[in-house]
Design a protein around this ligand. Structure first.
Ligand code: ADP
Ligand code: ASP
Ligand code: MG
Length: 408
């Protein structure tokens, strides 16, 4: 008998009918003798609806009040799921994040989990109950409700699995595993049997929203066996695991990630002298704006261009800050473009293979796609391109790296 944490996403609990299907699935595992802790998201669309209500009153709602509001979505589904479980003869109890002591910091709307007290859940499990916990939420030291950022129920699931030392954390969603790229963009994307934590972390941070980044970080740090599965059909799903040293022959590229949420800013004609990068970026970071890719050209005639990307939501704010900075440092102009996107190839096999970048650039150029920025790490290459080429770029790269074919 094992302890399993099962997380069901928004689509999986999108209607009361689907909630009853989830209950049947949970009961099946329970009947096999496993202890089950379930984490649920809000019904699909509900979190967006709640944010919309807030925005119809104010564009910048107070973080504390926004968290009180959006956390209600998950409170609805925990109760409905427990009713569905009880109806089919499965004892169950629902809890909000605060009730099972998911202690977080006080960074409203993007709180981090600091500690979880598993005692209450263990007591219920010992009494033969299924424990159903609201995803995405916690409570800070002062008892304020907090939320963990969009997609945060994944992190609740993995964090509970780590705290309870569960045998496995299963993430049930609307696809039957992690694919070589988003199957909504590439029809012949292929489900991966396994992916390493490291690759999954890159995929998630480069835009694959199938798992929240923090959940993968947690799983890697606490060694939680993590599996992504479909809530609608049976199958093995995808296991996220440590690098398999016995299976040395890795594909060069495991997956393609993309992110439409970026915007690019260039401070052009910057004096090429020490301290300029810090003069440009310090006011940006002081305004709490996260900077992603940074590129600075080699200077010509003591002038250079400094380009970086930010989240598209922060584009206007960053542009206004840079206008001030540019005149202060004597730069020629600030150029902004919010119609860009980032496409990345990811794979641990890249470490030991040459020519991956040139193969990527060749595929993009064959389709006439201009590369605006490039950044690399040991296991990924990212390019910034015009947003209108996103789908085309992802499809060409998927073909160029033969990702539809299962490696021998
Ligand atoms: P949930 O509501 O269950 O948390 P999400 O919408 O957050 O579900 O995540 C599942 C979605 O992630 C899929 O429907 C798919 O479109 C998208 N996705 C993006 N990249 C990938 C990928 N590489 N593999 C599988 N799904 C992906
Ligand atoms: N309901 C939250 C969201 O939509 C959390 C989640 O689904 O993981 O972001
Ligand atoms: Mg999700």
């Amino acid at each position: 008998m094992s302890l399993i944490v099962q997380k069901f996403g928004g689509t999986s609990v999108g209607t009361t009918e689907r909630i009853q299907n989830v209950a049947k699935k949970v009961k099946k595992f329970r009947d096999e003798g496993h202890d089950i802790v379930v984490v649920v998201s809000a019904m699909s669309g509900e979190t967006n609806r709640l944010i919309g209500l807030a925005n119809s009153i104010t564009e910048e709602p107070d973080g504390r009040e926004l968290d009180v509001l959006v956390s209600t979505g998950e409170q609805v589904t925990i109760a409905l799921l427990c009713m569905a479980l009880q109806k089919i003869g499965c004892e169950a109890r629902s809890y909000t994040g605060g009730q099972v002591r998911i202690l977080t910091d006080s960074a409203f709307t993007k709180a981090r989990i600091l500690d979880i007290d598993g005692q209450r859940m263990r007591d219920d499990l010992a009494k033969g109950r299924v424990v159903v916990v609201a995803g995405f939420q916690g409570e800070d030291e002062a008892g304020n409700i907090t939320t963990l950022g969009r997609g945060g129920s994944d992190t609740t699931g993995v964090a509970l699995a780590a705290a309870l030392k569960a045998d496995e954390c299963q993430i049930y969603t609307d696809v039957d595993g992690v694919y070589t790229t988003d199957p909504r963009v590439v029809d012949d994307a292929r489900r991966l049997d396994k992916i390493t934590f490291e690759e999954m972390l890159e995929m998630a941070s480069l835009g694959s929203k199938v798992l929240q980044i923090r959940s993968v970080e947690f799983a890697g740090k606490y060694n939680v066996p993590l599996r992504v599965l479909s809530s609608f059909e049976d199958g093995p799903g995808t296991l996220i695991t440590t690098e398999d040293i016995e299976n040395m022959e890795q594909p060069i590229v495991s997956g393609i990630a993309f992110n439409r949420d970026e915007a690019k800013l260039t401070v052009a004609g910057v004096p090429d002298v020490p301290g300029i990068a810090s003069k440009i970026l310090t006011p940006v970071s002081d305004a709490n704006i996260e900077v992603d890719m940074i590129v600075q050209n080699v200077g010509v005639d003591n002038r250079t261009d400094f380009t970086f990307t930010v989240h598209r939501n922060e584009f206007k704010k960053a542009q206004a800050i840079l206008a001030g900075v540019a005149s202060e440092i004597g730069a020629r102009e600030v150029i902004g473009d919010s119609k860009i996107c980032k496409v990345s190839i990811v794979g641990v096999g890249m470490r030991s293979h040459a020519g991956v970048a040139s193969r990527m650039f060749k595929a993009l150029s064959a389709d006439g796609i201009n590369i605006q920025m490039i950044s690399t790490s040991e296991i990924k290459i990212s390019v910034v391109i015009d947003e209108k080429y996103l789908e085309l770029a992802v499809r060409s790269l998927h073909t160029a790296f033969e990702l539809s074919e299962k490696p021998a």
